[in-house]
Design a binder for this molecule. Sequence first.
Ligand SMILES: O=P(O)(O)OC[C@H]1O[C@H](OP(=O)(O)OP(=O)(O)O)[C@H](O)[C@@H]1O
Ligand SMILES: Nc1nc2[nH]cnc2c(=O)[nH]1
Length: 183
Amino acid sequence: MKLIERVLIKDKWFKLLIPEEDLIEGIERVAKQINEDLKGKTPLFIGILNGAFMFASELIGRFNSPCEVTFIRLKSYEGIERGEKMKEIQSLTENIEDRHIVVIEDTIDTGHTINYLLKLLRKKNPASIKIATLLFKPNAIQFNINPVYVVKEISNEFVIGFGADYDEQGRNYRSIYQVVNEK
Ligand SMILES: O=P(O)(O)OC[C@H]1O[C@H](OP(=O)(O)OP(=O)(O)O)[C@H](O)[C@@H]1O
Ligand SMILES: Nc1nc2[nH]cnc2c(=O)[nH]1
């Protein structure tokens, strides 16, 4: 199948950074690790909406033992800028005490979103919390957080695709695209 090389979303062009094939290869590697680490533990996967919907689907669909799935909806970005306030649009309703949790993120950038969720989860005494992220920007993170399951590390460019948006669009593309500043 021919890959889309460039995408125009509203006022910005994006160019191909990580093709779908490489993402799927990385997701399979991470899924294998999770299968080994959490076999027999009936983990609860918590996807962070909206961005994580596609990665959550691809990852959880490769978990081979009983598990549970839920979502929380957090938002702090408008366009390509992070806003000051974290909006909790849909909260967690499950009792997670003594549960093995896998949090699923599409992108860990500054780490504000994942840090907010980790603080919230730790108060509820889970047995363990592990983080799975499709993309990790190690040079942007502002917290001492180590995601154990990382599909791809990238530098600090703003990206879209595979769930990640620019101004709510672009989530549908199955590869990752980075913003380009020239036309
Ligand atoms: O590490 P951070 O700097 O906090 O950035 C990462 C977060 O930003 C995006 O969410 P956004 O707030 O855009 O909401 P969305 O998931 O609905 O796109 C992305 O999905 C992550 O959740
Ligand atoms: N879509 C998208 N959202 C983000 N939130 C933080 N960084 C990013 C990014 O690179 N892309």
